[in-house]
Design a protein around this ligand. Structure first.
Ligand code: FE
Length: 341
């Protein structure tokens, strides 16, 4: 018995010695600021379809950008993924992307939801909107972003701090739409309207509305929708009292941001990075992200899941996400000077 095993082992060794060296493993190294388990499912599907293994490093967008800068030419990063156009713009400004032109990408992602030169592409949409106490606030009082800064809401708004990139992008969009002076006045109005100094994340603002701390909260749409889905019974109860409204900017629709990705300039596995980026914009991936994280597809040709269909169809302001993303330094100045901490 022992002899048979030994000869089998030798035979295996012999075979290995005669066969060509194994092909280098196909990989793509992803630096991602998205922290959803549902993204892992997508990467697994990508690997199954392409044979390309996805290595993932997760962190805050700014930390990942700093890391890529420190790594320089030696960085293993192939694809950088972030949850806000502003974060993608920061990476672009740091010279970390290479432009990618791909018929697949440009046909799937509308021009307003990607960087014009192909530095990065959005693959899901998220609206920054308003959650409100349905017992105290009438929907027509919050149907326009401009109204949030008015005297009706003095001491009634909950919103997170000015280092939230979501807020910087919203204010950037107002600067893009209105010019710096009117946007500055809006920022001052919102600061005057705050019920408390900013603290916590978007979900905390929604919970504060239910607790009576404020009447309205500025939040990304998916946080509310995730709470309303019933994952957590206490959060679900919050959404019975607190409702979600989609204000309009100049009557053209809600402020729309994206999660997206760009191929890193020094990507050692560039082709695999482009493949993964294309995969993330596929109908399959858009549908998955929409269904699992309550974001909206970027492509008008991809249907949102049944439960989100009405909201996904709410008018979205046509402003280019790249345009407001580039306005964050001005937004930061406006918010700091107004005392938005
Ligand atoms: Fe978020």
């Amino acid at each position: 018995m022992k002899a048979v095993l030994l000869s089998l082992a030798l035979a295996t060794l012999g075979l290995a010695a005669c066969s060509p060296p194994p092909e280098a493993e196909k990989v793509v190294n992803v630096y991602t600021a998205r922290h959803y388990d549902s993204d892992l499912v997508l990467y697994e599907r990508f690997t199954r379809e392409t044979g390309v293994k996805v290595n993932r490093i997760e962190g805050k967008a700014d930390e990942l950008v700093a890391r890529m800068r420190a790594e320089g030419q030696a960085s293993p990063a192939d694809l950088f993924i972030a949850a806000d156009a502003g974060a993608l713009w920061r990476a672009q400004e740091a010279g970390l992307f290479q432009p990618v032109t791909s018929e697949t990408l440009t046909s799937r992602v509308p021009p307003s939801l990607r960087e014009p030169e192909g530095a990065w592409y959005g693959f899901s949409r998220r609206a920054r909107v308003v959650a409100y106490d349905a017992g105290k606030v009438k929907p027509e009082e919050i149907d326009d972003y401009a109204k949030l800064a008015g005297p009706r809401f003095r001491g009634k708004i909950c919103v997170r701090s000015s280092d939230s990139i979501y807020n910087l992008s919203l204010v950037g969009a107002l600067i893009e739409a209105w010019g710096p002076q009117r946007a500055q006045a809006w920022v001052q109005g919102v600061v005057a309207n705050m019920a408390r100094p900013p603290e916590g994340g978007d979900r905390d603002q929604i919970r504060a509305v239910a607790a009576g701390v404020c009447e309205i909260a500025i939040t990304n749409s998916y946080y509310y929708l995730r709470m309303a889905s019933g994952e957590d019974p206490a959060d679900k109860a919050v959404t019975e009292r607190v409702k979600l409204a989609f204000p309009s900017l100049d009557g053209k629709g809600a402020h729309m941001n994206v999660a997206g990705a760009g191929v890193v300039r020094t990507a050692p596995n560039r082709d695999n990075a482009v493949r993964l980026l294309e995969f993330l914009t596929s109908a399959e991936a858009q549908t998955h992200i929409s269904a699992s994280n309550f974001e909206f597809p970027v492509s008008p040709d991809v249907a949102a899941p049944e439960s989100l269909r009405d909201l996904a169809a709410v008018p979205a302001h046509p402003m280019s996400v790249a345009a407001f993303a580039a306005r964050q330094p001005e937004a930061q100045t406006a918010m700091s000077s107004a005392g938005w901490r």
